[in-house]
Design a protein around this ligand. Structure first.
Ligand SMILES: [Zn+2]
Length: 236
């Protein structure tokens, strides 16, 4: 593999090139924002560079996309006094001993009632169980709202899957009419959650990040860029 770069406006796009026995050139933008290019052995470097150059605006769009979808996770201890987020608000964690496991929001606190409050893995499990329950309710309510705006374009209400993903807020399984949403998204404000859901639901009509996709997203959610910018500032 060799390193190269093309320019796009003021931006420089570095990429790793791998030449192997294949028929056509393939460009992949990884969630870590790196760009990998596989090209046939027969291609000269000039040919590779000009082909990558022609896809530069697409590459930049992919990179921008992943930038907004990359939660950074500071290490958490799951102890009393620590700051945690829920639905765009900041809370203090309070871990207390109790016979019954329970999570409660009260004022500025998230109370975690645990039979073993000294066990941080248990506190984390309890908290995330609660996050998932809340996510299930909130995401489907928000998705129904998005669906009302999308229905007339022939989009069907998708199934919603909630899982923990390391580098994405959401994804879309177009063929199964299903969208996957990150559990962590429940920490974001509702208008950001709505943006991610709308984005993924638009993929049911346009699976990849083409111009038509963005035109459609702008039509059904004119202020999506503002929401995306806010989402980039979400602390997990
Ligand atoms: Zn997308």
């Amino acid at each position: 593999m060799t390193s190269h770069a093309v320019a796009f406006g003021q931006k420089r796009i570095p990429f790793l090139l791998d030449q192997k026995p294949r028929k056509s050139l393939k460009i992949s933008v990884m969630p870590d924002l790196s760009v990998a290019v596989s090209a046939p052995r027969s291609y000269s470097l000039d040919k590779v560079l000009s082909k990558v150059q022609r896809r530069a605006s697409w590459i930049v769009r992919q990179i921008d996309y992943f930038k907004g979808f990359m939660p950074k996770q500071p290490p958490r201890q799951y102890v009393s006094g620590e700051t945690h987020y829920y639905y765009g608000r900041q809370y203090r964690l309070k871990v207390a001993r109790a016979n019954r496991h329970e999570i409660k929001l009260k004022g500025k606190y998230i109370f975690v009632h645990s039979s073993r409050p000294e066990s941080k893995p248990r506190t984390k499990r309890l908290l995330y169980g609660w996050y998932r329950d809340r996510a299930k309710q909130m995401y489907s309510a928000i998705a129904r709202r998005c669906f009302e705006r999308l229905e007339k374009y022939g989009i069907k209400m998708p199934a919603i899957d909630i899982k923990t993903m390391r580098s994405r807020w959401g994804s879309c399984v177009h063929k199964k009419n299903k969208i996957c949403l990150n559990t962590e998204l429940i920490k974001a404000p509702s208008h950001c959650i709505e943006y991610v859901i709308m984005h993924e639901m638009c993929h049911l009509k346009y699976p990849s990040h083409t111009k038509q996709f963005y035109n459609f997203l702008s039509l059904v959610m004119p202020d999506w860029q503002k929401r995306k910018t806010r989402l980039e500032k979400v602390v997990l």
